[in-house]
Write a protein of this length. Structure first.
Ligand code: ZN
Lengths: 335, 804
């Protein structure tokens, strides 16, 4: 046993002396000192010696273990820390081989986030056509032909009775026509207007949401949108509802949130008002119910619509709406 | 609409700051988009008296004026034609800064000293008048600050008027809203008329042939007026409202329109043939020249105001050149009518002619207010231009207006709003808005709205007024009960989200491009006649040609994006777009809208860096990405077939992708010709396009687990020399066919062409994995099977085993 131990010590120290790279050194450590290493297996056999020899053998084994450990540390100092110019050297500051990463478009990210918020509340997502009948885009939403309300949205026409939808509100009529209340639906998608300047793009993205049931009130609209704004912009975000006009809601309300940039103190983004207009909403007009065959004495509901570009600009601090459709990698890579 | 605060204050007391007033209006539904301060930078301008005027020698249009500034007399050179001795005019001394930023200096003009400047209205930013210096009518002392003489300092609110509130498109309408919201008294304009002329019936008559188009026509007359410029106060208010001053007659009609919302028109009475008015529809092809000099060809959609012989105005839109007020006008006929909104809108749309008058008529003027507005105008004209007002007014009113009587339920109101307002609260709000309210019982009110509230006809319209006046902010927040849906997410959306995540994981970046494109896009893609790429849905009124048809492919958007990015030196691109393409659908008003996923790679697969070698992209990179994508959504066993007939792809580097026999898309290298059209001739680009609908048919949505193999496998490799044109998949098929169910998988691990191999041939090496589901394979059995597989390959392909 003693001979075996001394032999092992000799071999180990010699190996440590000639070792010259960190991986080899680690191999030696495992061979001699590791849990399944040679020293450990000899020490396991100490128990089998006659009782009188055990203390001496144990002591020797410990001395040898400490010698090898010392030798290991010396070797490690020599290899890893010392003679850097000769030993294998890993430059951890060199860039790694980074796999190319893709990015989702910021509008997609905002659509996902907002749809998730409404889905958590119990709204179902629906999709519909971009090229739409005048009936669904206007008429059944109480925009009669020859009514000035039509001037509110510059429309791109495909034919006299077919338009590129100017809002995703077309889905209100399509869904109500096909289903019976209760309904809680959101419809995200592309919309089009004949409008192109610094702050408008002829195509953009909108979220329409609506809920129809018995006894739905304007208070419920306020609650739903307040909950949305708190989830989207933070719990403390103040909201303000103010009267407005949309042909398909009555009463109608524009909703402003407290400016997310200045916290309501007033800045350039909020035109020094402290408020940012983010959506239009209201109680669904009985006229719309009449078009889809719901009884307004039995059912009531609310609807709201907002632009994803506007929200994305506020969320990410983007100051130019055109950037969304230029698809410049220097832009897209940031999301 | 631009709204002067001083003008508002004529009709309602405002006890709050302009900002507070702006907030109040906004919160009442009259959104204030901005508040402009005007006339406040004129503090240093004083009144000066012109003491002497003589022409500047050698200059035709310049005068040397001696001007009394109150402190001393200075000499100034002035080019205004209206300088005259004794006149009072605004004067700026050297050092004064004008609103446009000009700083007045002392200088010499043609050797004459010129100190300070006599000012025209436009130079002070007051109006756009530059016909001469502003002559002040007031008898005031030189040196008096100008602002103490004239009400110059004002705030102008820019108010966004929603289409339902034409009654607020005037000063009185907004003043009325302020009064209702604050409880202040609403005052009305002064009307003072002395009817000292002959009875109006003796002078003129009005015949309405189309009472549908013109339910009411009122008119008044003043004879022997003094035509001239309007006084400064009126021109200033018109200017702040965005209206050009013409003369005192026309200005009054515009002033009353801005003040009361009623469009008026002044005719030169003497120019009306037979001195009478007839209201009728235009005949098909009838021609008429409006006062802007434009000649219109009309049809029966246009309503006309005519005299005894011919049209004299486009009703509710614009007057005619043949009857307008001109320098020689002595007798004026003033029209105050109500025209049918739809008629005016159609007429105005048809002619592409929109005016302040048509804007108001098409939204709905106040049929009940026509005579009051007429009287206000007559009162102002006689005040400003003198003359003799005829006795009485014409009021031709064939279709008398009956106001709606609306039942309003208190409970129902509270239910819809989520409020707990009392009957008297509600009644109070409505009365503040000049509605007549009658209590029927505990729950019901009968409400009669005033004639100017054309937006109110139903119970719900009244509920909105109640909500508005009680304050949206005071409605308590509640939460609706939403029943959990029984339906899951629609498959299209599930797959879309999944595909997007996978694409991003594979290193592709998402782009979003416009759904419209140029009609050239099909040519650029080399689409043949009759290709769906040419089945464009055209936009009738596009903004630009580049946006005049709906896209039939996602490829142009992707390639345009490559081009933009290469301009910014972004050359290694992996892009994708998920979106719709649009094509005509036979027998349907609406086109076919189909979702596609298209992805593109260009540049290096990886650039050379300090620790890796560069590598260019090739076909197998895009194909690999596509294969990974298909596997990841659970589509195994898609088949790639060489494709040469799709013009946007390089015919030598393109494949169609099939699944269970149906085509789901294409993959390949973008044709160099297409790239050249994008000025990207040297850019190697790889593309795939997937038809989502076809893909969805093959994706079950759920993945199925299969248990691990229980028995060991036997691996055998073969290397075989075949003709170059032979596709590897063919050999794979033969192996699977011949090996039957014992072949678990076949993998190609080498393809070799070159030294040692005939140039018409190539060597391919396959690794076959044999395994049985039922037991450990017998060595001999496998050897026999493997031999027969090799034999079959030989027979089917003419190939031979590669030796060594
Ligand atoms: Zn702000």
């Amino acid at each position: 046993m003693k001979k075996k131990l001394l032999e092992l010590e000799k071999n180990a120290l010699k190996a440590l002396e000639i070792a010259d790279d960190p991986s080899e050194l680690e191999k030696i450590r495992v061979t001699y000192l590791g849990k399944k290493g040679q020293l450990t297996s000899i020490m396991k056999n100490v128990g089998e010696l006659p009782k009188s020899e055990r203390p001496e053998a144990g002591k020797l084994a410990n001395i040898i273990k400490s010698n090898i450990s010392k030798g290991f540390e010396e070797a490690r100092d020599r290899i890893v820390i010392g003679k850097g110019d000769q030993a294998a050297f890993l430059d951890v500051t060199l860039p790694g081989r980074e796999p190319l990463r893709g990015h989702l478009h910021p509008i997609t990210l905002v659509i996902k986030e907002m749809c998730q918020i409404f889905a958590r509340m119990g709204f179902t997502v629906v999709k519909g056509p971009n090229v739409e009948l005048d009936y669904y885009n206007f008429e059944a939403l109480n925009f009669p032909k020859d009514h000035p309300a039509r001037d509110m949205q510059d429309t791109l026409y495909v034919s006299e009775n077919v338009v590129l939808r100017t809002h995703t509100s077309n889905m209100q009529v399509r869904i109500m026509e096909a289903q019976k209340p209760p309904l809680s639906v959101i419809a995200p998608g592309k919309v089009y207007r004949r409008d192109s300047d610094v702050s408008h793009t002829p195509m953009f993205h909108q979220l329409e949401g609506f809920l129809v049931d018995k006894d739905v009130s304007f208070g419920d609209l306020k609650g739903t949108l307040t909950s949305f704004a708190h989830q989207m912009f933070g719990r403390g975000t103040a909201l303000r509802f103010r009267p407005s006009f949309f042909p398909f809601t009555e009463p109608s309300a524009e909703v402003d949130i407290q400016c997310v940039l200045c916290g309501g103190k007033g800045c350039r983004t909020c035109s020094h008002t402290g408020w940012l207009e983010i959506l239009g909403s209201g109680m669904i007009d009985p006229e719309v119910f009449r078009f889809v065959g719901y009884d307004p004495e039995v059912y009531s509901g609310f609807a709201f619509g907002m632009g994803f570009e506007r929200i994305a600009m506020l969320k990410y601090g983007i100051d130019d709406i055109q950037l969304f459709f230029k698809n410049d990698m220097r832009f897209l890579r940031q999301f | 609409m631009k709204v002067s605060l001083n003008w508002l204050k004529d009709y309602v007391d405002v006890e709050m700051s302009p900002d507070e007033l702006g907030h109040l209006l906004t919160m009442n539904g009259l959104e204030v988009e901005g508040i402009e301060t005007v006339g406040q930078s004129l503090d240093d301008i004083v009144v000066a008296k012109i003491r002497a005027v003589k022409p500047l020698p050698g200059a035709d249009n310049l005068f040397i004026c001696q001007v009394d500034t109150g402190r001393d007399t200075v000499q100034t050179v002035c080019g205004a034609p209206n300088v005259k001795v004794g006149a009072l005019a605004p004067f700026a001394l050297p050092g004064v800064k004008l609103p446009d930023g000009t700083v007045i200096k002392e200088g010499r003009i043609r050797g004459e000293i010129s100190t300070g400047m006599l000012l025209a209205e436009d130079e002070m930013g007051l109006t756009d008048d530059h016909t001469g210096i502003m002559i002040l009518a007031h008898d005031s002392t030189p040196g008096t600050p100008l602002f103490s003489l004239l009400p110059l300092s004002d705030r102008v609110f820019d108010v966004d008027i929603t289409p339902n509130r034409p009654d607020c498109a005037c000063i009185l309408g907004i003043a009325r809203e302020i009064a209702a919201a604050t409880g202040q008294i609403f005052k009305r304009p002064k009307i003072e008329i002395v009817e000292d002329g002959p009875p109006i019936e003796d002078l003129t008559s009005v015949t309405i042939i189309d009472p549908e188009g013109c339910p009411r026509y009122a008119a008044g007359m003043i004879q022997r007026v003094n035509l001239g410029p309007s006084p400064f106060w009126m021109r200033y208010r018109l200017y702040l409202s965005g209206i050009r001053s013409i003369n005192n007659l026309v200005d009054v009609t515009n002033y009353v329109m801005m003040e009361m919302g009623q469009p008026l028109h002044a005719f030169d009475y003497n120019r009306l043939k037979e001195n009478r008015i007839v209201v009728r529809r235009a005949q098909e092809g009838e021609v008429f020249t409006t006062l802007d000099g434009v000649t219109h060809t009309l049809n029966s959609e246009n309503l006309l105001i005519c005299d005894g012989e011919r049209p004299v105005a486009l009703a509710g839109i614009m007057g005619g050149l043949n009857s307008e007020i001109f320098a020689g006008t002595e007798n004026v006929f003033v029209e105050s009518a109500f025209f049918d909104p739809v008629t005016i809108r159609r007429g105005s749309k048809r002619l592409g002619l929109s005016t302040e008058a048509s804007y108001r008529f098409e939204r709905g003027a106040d049929i009940g207010g026509a005579v009051t507005a007429l009287k206000r105008a007559i009162s102002l004209i006689s005040h400003l231009a003198g003359g003799s007002t005829s006795t009485g007014f014409i009021d031709n009113y064939p279709k008398t207006y009956t106001p709606p009587i609306i039942d309003l339920r208190v409970d129902r109101t509270n239910l819809l709003l989520g409020t707990s307002l009392s009957k008297s609260d509600i009644s109070g709000y409505l009365k503040a808005l000049e509605m007549e309210v009658q209590e029927i019982n505990e729950d019901e009110l009968k409400v009669k709205p005033p004639s100017f509230r054309v937006d109110i006809g139903r119970e719900v319209d009244l509920m909105e007024e109640v909500a508005r006046l009680s304050g949206y902010d005071n409605i308590p927040v509640t939460y609706p009960f939403i029943r959990p849906s029984e339906k899951g997410e629609i498959p299209e959306l599930l797959v879309r989200d999944q595909l997007r995540s996978i694409m991003v994981g594979l290193g592709f970046t998402e782009i979003i491009t416009y759904s419209f494109t140029s009609p050239d896009s099909a040519d650029t893609l080399g689409a043949e006649e009759g290709s769906p790429l040419r089945s464009f849905v055209k936009i009738l009124n596009p903004l630009t040609v580049d946006q005049s048809v709906m896209r039939t492919s996602l490829v142009p958007g992707l390639l345009a994006t490559v081009k933009t990015n290469i301009l910014h030196d972004e050359k290694d691109l992996k892009l994708f777009e998920w979106g719709k393409v649009f094509t005509h659908k036979e027998g349907s008003d609406l086109p076919l809208e189909k979702n596609y996923l298209a992805a593109l790679m260009t540049g290096f697969y990886c650039q050379k860096t300090c620790n890796s070698a560069e590598r260019h992209l090739d076909f197998y990179d895009i194909k690999g990405a596509l294969e990974a994508l298909l596997k990841d959504i659970g589509l195994r066993g898609s088949v790639f077939q060489k494709e040469t007939g799709i013009s946007r792809y390089d015919p030598g580097v393109c494949a169609s992708i099939f699944f269970s026999g149906s085509l789901i898309g294409h993959v390949g290298r973008v044709s160099p010709g297409v790239m050249a059209d994008y000025d990207l001739a040297d850019v190697d680009t790889y593309l795939f396009e997937i038809d989502i609908e076809a893909l969805l048919k093959n994706v079950s949505g759920t993945k199925e687990f299969s248990s691990f193999a229980k028995f060991p496998a036997v691996h055998r490799d073969i290397s075989i020399i075949v003709k170059r044109q032979l596709e590897s998949a063919r050999i794979g098929e033969i192996i699977k066919q011949e090996g039957g169910e014992l072949v678990e998988s076949v993998q190609i691990f080498d393809v070799y062409e070159g030294k040692g191999i005939d140039p018409t041939e190539k060597a391919m090496a396959f690794s076959i994995c044999y395994r049985s589901k039922h037991g450990t394979l017998d060595g001999g059995e496998i050897n026999r099977l493997h031999e027969s597989v090799i034999e079959k390959i030989r027979k089917e392909t003419g190939g031979r085993l590669r030796e060594g």
